[in-house]
Design a protein around this ligand. Structure first.
Ligand code: URA
Length: 200
């Protein structure tokens, strides 16, 4: 795809999500004057980071990972010398679930195909999943269900898979929000992020 085609394809996704009245989260979004969070970064990124769903800050601004978890993600990226604008950052679920609850299976089902299309547009060589929902979704998508382990075992490992456009590495990470009040976990995530730098 050319740059223009990628831009148009992403815009199409944004427009569809904006009018996704079939989503169980649509009414909550409009009631609170929230925005859907489609994702941001380079459409040519070789690395995609995929979180779970927007929190309040994200839904207010329309930008992924711009609150407390985003601050941690920014620090983690800086530690491995990756610029935020060089990667693509998004979520499976594009609208904020009430009270930051976990996304429900029906929500993952309705928003998942938009993430699939984003992956087809960007064609990343590495997908870093943030948190267990994202890990489960992406590993199942790339036929790695048989390798699925709890995030406590899978974090920081790299799994080889095949995308229609070529080989891809999937690197599950703990969700950065889990480290907000847990210094020890932050050290673990920092060490796990070093794995990503091998593929840059
Ligand atoms: N947590 C997520 O999973 N995604 C965001 O965009 C922000 C917080």
């Amino acid at each position: 795809m050319t740059k223009e085609e990628k831009y148009e394809a992403m815009k199409q996704i944004r427009d569809e999500v904006l009018h996704l009245t079939a989503s169980p989260l649509y009414a909550y979004r409009t009631e609170h004057k929230y925005l859907p969070v489609i994702g941001e970064g380079s459409h040519d990124a070789s690395i995609m980071f995929i979180g779970e769903a927007p929190g309040r800050n994200e839904a207010q601004t329309g930008r992924p990972f711009c609150g407390a978890a985003g601050k941690i993600l920014d620090d983690l990226l800086a530690c491995i010398d990756i610029k935020r604008e060089d990667v693509y950052i998004g979520n499976i679920v594009k609208d904020r679930p009430p009270e930051n609850r976990d996304p429900l299976p029906g929500e993952i089902e309705i928003y998942g195909p938009f993430l699939d299309r984003q992956i087809e547009i960007i064609e990343p060589k590495v997908i870093v999943t943030l948190g267990r929902f994202s890990m489960q979704y992406v590993m199942r998508k790339f036929d790695l269900e048989f390798e699925l382990e709890p995030i406590s075992k899978a974090h920081g490992k790299s799994y080889d898979a095949h995308a229609p456009y070529g080989p891809i590495h999937i690197i599950p990470q703990y969700h950065p929000a889990a480290a907000i009040y847990n210094r020890e976990l932050l050290d673990t995530i920092k060490a796990d992020f070093e794995v990503i730098s091998k593929f840059v």
